[in-house]
Ligand binder design. Structure first.
Ligand code: UDP
Length: 322
């Protein structure tokens, strides 16, 4: 029988994706508890939710023992720094939340008989030799490179999740999230889209790493959240890619952002960081099959327009507070 999802814990609920998920869960009528240590999450992402009668926030590091009173139907484990800039800044924290944090979340899921949905990543595929990437591809990861801390933490988290599923019958879902963008991304998190918007709006040089021919496929956050909600409510166990298959070069993305912002910035080229994937594009056949024909609805152009308004407001706010 399909279990109704009524009471949910979101780890990392004050982060970019977590905070969008919390809003969706509240809209669906769920009671939402958030645990977040605010390492990369921000209270401003969830400020207006704090007064909601079905929302509760706890400042907590989920690598420690998790205690929740009462019943729990689902745990969405989204806590983790996720920007490549964080891989060098917070390597141990990333390894700990992917391993110890996932272990604690799974232990709680087992104790409560709750469904666990793990936020995994396209980084599981590393620098892929297969493009687009289906879930059956095992990846090409450098375990000891600078990206290895995130890639291996998430691969370990997937392995641990499947072990708890097989060994303890924990009801598990795994979403492999591809590049996602939208409002509430941090201006200074170091990723391409926030960097390009910040630089374009301020009229600074736009820093394209390498020659900009590397590709990514960018999904608007609303589409991602719809996919995650469907995954939470479906019966499929095992990883499912959620992302927008619209693949483009980074140079192409820089030009789109210049256009959307009407900026006069120039593009400058900087060295490509080690192990930077050359291509990335999700194969979403499985998502379409198991998630009732889920596919992205918001075009990259439309998503960039909406995100532009957010970054303009953030930068105006930053200027005022200086
Ligand atoms: N990138 C770039 N300029 C920047 C930041 C990133 O050209 O200011 C490139 C980066 O090298 C990568 C791509 O943009 O090839 C996407 O990087 P991001 O940090 O957004 O996430 P990733 O997909 O690498 O995890």
């Amino acid at each position: 029988m399909k279990r109704k999802i009524e009471r949910v814990l979101v780890t990392g609920g004050a982060g970019f994706i977590g905070s969008h998920l919390c809003r969706r869960l509240l809209q669906e009528g769920c009671e939402v508890l958030v645990f977040d240590n605010l390492l990369t999450g921000r209270m401003s992402n969830i400020e207006e939710l704090l007064g909601h009668p079905k929302f509760r926030f706890k400042h907590y590091d989920v690598t420690n023992y998790l205690y929740v009173e009462g019943e729990l139907d689902a745990i969405l484990h989204f806590a983790s720094p996720a920007s490549p800039a964080d891989f060098e800044r917070l390597p141990i924290q990333i390894l700990k939340v992917g391993s110890l944090g996932t272990h604690k979340a799974l232990g709680l899921a087992k104790a409560k008989g709750a469904r666990l949905l793990l936020a995994s990543t396209s980084e599981c595929y590393g620098d892929p030799e297969v493009n687009p990437q289906p879930e059956t591809y095992w990846g090409n990861v450098n375990p000891i490179g600078i990206r290895g801390v995130y890639d291996e933490a998430k691969r370990f988290a997937e392995a641990m999740t499947m072990a708890y599923h097989r060994h303890h019958q924990v009801d598990a879902r795994i979403v492999r999230i591809f590049n996602t963008f939208g409002p509430r991304m941090q201006l200074n998190d170091g990723r391409a889209i926030p960097n390009f918007f910040r630089q374009a709006i301020r009229g600074e040089d736009i820093t394209v790493y390498g020659d900009g021919s590397q590709t990514r496929s960018f999904c608007y956050v609303e589409d991602l959240v719809e996919g995650i909600w469907r995954l939470l409510n479906c019966v499929h166990v095992g990883p499912v890619n959620i992302g927008n298959p619209n693949e483009m070069t980074l140079l192409g993305m820089a030009k789109k952002i210049i256009e959307v912002t009407g900026s006069k910035s120039r593009i400058v080229y900087e060295p490509l960081p080690p192990d930077d994937p050359k291509v990335r594009r999700p194969n979403i056949d499985l998502a379409r099959k198991v998630l009732d024909d889920w596919h992205p609805k918001v075009s990259v152009e439309e998503g960039l327009q909406r995100t532009c308004a957010y970054f303009q407001a953030e930068l105006a706010q930053e200027k005022k507070s200086k």
